[in-house]
Design a protein around this ligand. Structure first.
Ligand code: G6P
Length: 608
């Protein structure tokens, strides 16, 4: 989704804006712009396509003069990617330049009214109304105009606004769209996320909805909608610059796959003290857990797939019914939740619009919301009753890997913690499960040592037209993620199916040579899945089995077998997903796809 960077200081702004935008490229975009105020005039430079086109156009920023500016990468929502639709939108007098991430939901009536008042529109975007509203409301006080504008617009927005009457400062605001404020020495920043400014400062303000920020080189002032200055705490980000750089890898995705053992360790270890799970960050008492009739897990994309694993794990360990739902559905179907219910919300970015809306819906109905989030200070983290952070560090590749794995780890922590509080675990069993969690990072490392084996398999199948993933129960949950990983980055059609359901229709798609990736990791359902493998093989499929070390005879039925270390059945998804991530990666790489930035996709989906 759109990315925003803003700078004011003593250095030339344009190269800093371009560098910041390059760190936000992963969010997904189809055009890029910079707008720099050179003391009097706002100089706007736009380019469709990749940021490098814009960068070449402005000679890496050298040809644009000025020490204050805003930059934007646009992921088109209203109107095609084109110069006229790309931001910043400039008001008719040229006095205001506005960049926006989000959607102005009432832009049509606003546009109509502004047109009646003589304003001329040139783009199809919702954002252009904001530029004209500034012009309309501005009576010499930028802060006052900002409060009036946000009073009129509905929807979600992160806005950065330059005004040529203010050569030394600019103004920004956010509501339900991400934006942070970076505080440097003699220079200050806004950005859609911290990775864009990490090279300059790690001191940030996280803004609440409708907090307005006025930035100049000498300082940052934050106001509420009554224009009263408010004091906020500065937060020091512990991510370092290298965490958001490729560090010798060809793609962020492979770097992030390889970072999984560390990310798992960072997420699990601090929460296990003297052999006990300590979740200081949440306050779920035994009484509360015992009172739960149902738990909802709500999320989007891969985070939803974590929820599907969570359902199996929590139900099995705690014997509490769990319903998992994609946030875009949950938010609109009048969910049957109320006071005292527990809703677990999962999100890497903490900004996914549907997930945030679902969370608000759940809270409005009196539910307790526990979120699992990677980005500290994000909207979902802020809006939740309690948060368990995944300590995965910044994830840049659109296709998630380490965030998925750490979310899964947190699900295990919650499940074991709750089962213990419910008195469902004997001491030995508890200690054994803790040991299972502690050994996960090493087992993941072991799988990663054999990645050339997966690369070889990818070389056999990268020209497939269609690939199926099958499994039962937890293996089915992981199949969903394996299939998504493959299709999102390699553009190969793929479906995940519950292995037993295949013969109710999907098996008719199996032809000679169709690849079926069959997950048969646990013991209980191993033979059942193997029967399904035989069914697809009988219809010409080539089968790649994924199983654990002790299933010695898998080769008798599968054409290829990928082995993962043995582990307790409940935590096997943390291991079986790794070869699937690698498979997706290598297939996409062999097809020459843009792995980190797949077509049409965005990392952080801030519109519904
Ligand atoms: C996008 C990303 C996915 C992610 C999903 C949910 O579609 O490409 O990788 O799983 O959004 O994002 P979240 O930040 O809420 O986990």
């Amino acid at each position: 989704m759109c990315g925003i960077v803003g700078y004011v200081g003593s250095k030339q702004a344009c190269p800093i804006l371009l560098e910041g935008l390059s760190k936000l490229e992963y969010r997904g975009y189809d055009s890029a712009v910079v707008a720099v105020l050179d003391g009097e005039k706002i100089n706007v430079q736009k380019a469709r396509g990749r940021l490098s086109v814009l960068s070449n156009m402005v000679d890496g920023g050298k040809s644009v003069n000025g020490v204050m500016g805003i930059g934007h990468t646009r992921w088109a929502t209203h109107g095609e990617p084109s110069d006229v639709n790309s931001h910043p939108h400039v008001s008719s007098s040229g006095r205001f330049a506005v960049v926006h991430n989000g959607i102005i939901e009432n832009y049509i009536p606003l546009k109509k009214r502004l047109m009646e008042k003589g304003f001329q529109f040139v783009s199809e975007t919702d954002t252009e109304v904001v530029a004209h509203l500034f012009e309309y409301y501005y009576k010499g006080d930028l802060l006052e105009a900002m409060t009036k504008v946000i009073h009129r617009v509905e929807g979600s927005y992160a806005l950065g606004v330059l005004c040529s009457d203010y050569p030394d400062s600019f103004v920004a605001v956010r509501k339900a769209s991400p934006m942070i404020v970076g505080v440097g020495r003699g220079e200050n920043f806004i950005a859609s996320d911290v990775t864009a400014i990490l090279a300059h400062t790690r001191n940030v303000y996280y803004l609440e909805d409708d907090e307005i920020v006025m930035l100049s080189a000498s300082g940052v002032k934050i106001y509420n909608t009554d224009r009263e200055e408010i004091k906020k705490e500065i937060f020091r980000v512990n991510w370092d610059v290298s965490a958001a750089e490729k560090g010798g890898y060809e793609h962020f995705m492979m770097k992030e796959i390889e970072e999984q053992p560390k990310a798992l360790r960072d997420t699990i270890s601090p929460r296990i003290k003297d052999g006990k799970i300590v979740l200081d960050d949440i306050s779920l008492t035994s009484e509360y857990i015992s009172s739960l009739k149902k738990i909802y897990i709500v999320a989007c994309g891969s985070a939803y797939h974590v929820g599907v694993v969570g359902k199996y794990v929590i139900e099995r360990m705690c014997r509490i019914s769990v319903e998992v739902e994609v946030a875009s559905e949950f938010r609109y179907h009048d969910p049957l939740i109320g006071k005292g219910d527990l809703v677990i919300v999962i999100s890497q970015s903490g900004e996914t619009a549907d997930t945030l809306a679902a969370l608000k819906e759940a809270k409005a109905r009196g539910a307790h919301v526990l979120s699992i989030v990677n980005v500290v200070g994000s909207s979902i983290a802020n809006a939740s009753d309690s948060v368990l952070y995944t300590w995965a560090g910044p994830e840049i590749a659109v296709a998630t890997t380490k965030a998925y794995s750490t979310q899964l780890a947190v699900i295990y922590l919650i499940a074991i913690y709750m089962a213990d509080k419910l008195g469902r675990l004997e001491n030995d069993e508890y200690s054994r499960l803790i040991e299972e969690l502690n050994t996960l990072p090493d087992k993941v490392s072991k799988i990663l040592e054999n990645k050339s084996e997966i690369q070889f398999l990818a070389s056999k199948f990268f020209s497939s037209k269609s690939i199926f993933f099958i499994g039962r129960n937890l293996d089915y949950a992981v199949s969903l993620e394996g299939s998504l990983k493959l299709k999102e980055i390699s553009y190969i059609h793929s479906e995940a199916y519950a292995a037993g359901e295949l013969k109710h229709g999907t098996i008719s798609l199996i032809e000679d040579g169709t690849l079926v990736v069959a997950l048969a990791t646990g013991d209980k359902l191993y033979e059942k899945t193997i029967s399904n493998v035989k069914e697809v093989k009988a219809r010409g499929a080539v089968v790649m089995g994924v199983t654990t070390t002790h299933h010695e005879h898998a080769e008798d039925v599968c054409d290829y077998v990928v082995r993962i270390p043995d582990a307790d059945e409940l935590v096997l998804p943390s291991l079986s997903v790794i070869p699937l991530q690698l498979f997706g990666y290598y297939v996409a790489s062999l097809k020459g796809c843009d792995i980190d930035k797949p077509r049409n996709l965005a990392k952080s989906v801030t519109v519904e």
